[in-house]
Design a protein. Structure first.
Length: 100
């Protein structure tokens, strides 16, 4: 996933929704999110750290998050696809549009 776009939510509200949704599942035990505009980070920490960094562009309740960096722990490489699919599912559930 190269990024996603959202209409109808601020980056802060949308990231909180993602964080709450992740917390309800298995990934929530390992997920840490941070938002310091214009940068958002989603990290997974267990036997290594995998981190996705996005640049947020937009104003108000319309924005685009473009992936600018990723670090995938060696121990996570096999599960990367599953993690990205879960993130995509959550983003889509809350009205985001995925950019592949």
């Amino acid at each position: 996933m190269k990024g996603f776009s959202v209409t109808g939510d601020t980056p802060e509200k949308f990231m909180r929704k993602i964080e709450r949704a992740l917390a309800k599942g298995e990934l929530g035990k390992f997920a840490k999110m941070s938002l310091s505009l214009p940068e958002a980070r989603i990290a997974f920490e267990k036997m290594g750290t995998t981190e996705f960094t996005y640049n947020i562009v937009g104003e108000g309740e319309t924005f685009t998050a473009n992936k600018v960096n990723e670090k995938v722990a060696f121990t996570h490489a096999l599960f990367r696809g599953e993690v990205e699919r879960e993130l995509e599912r959550i983003i889509h559930r809350f009205g985001g549009t995925i950019v592949k």
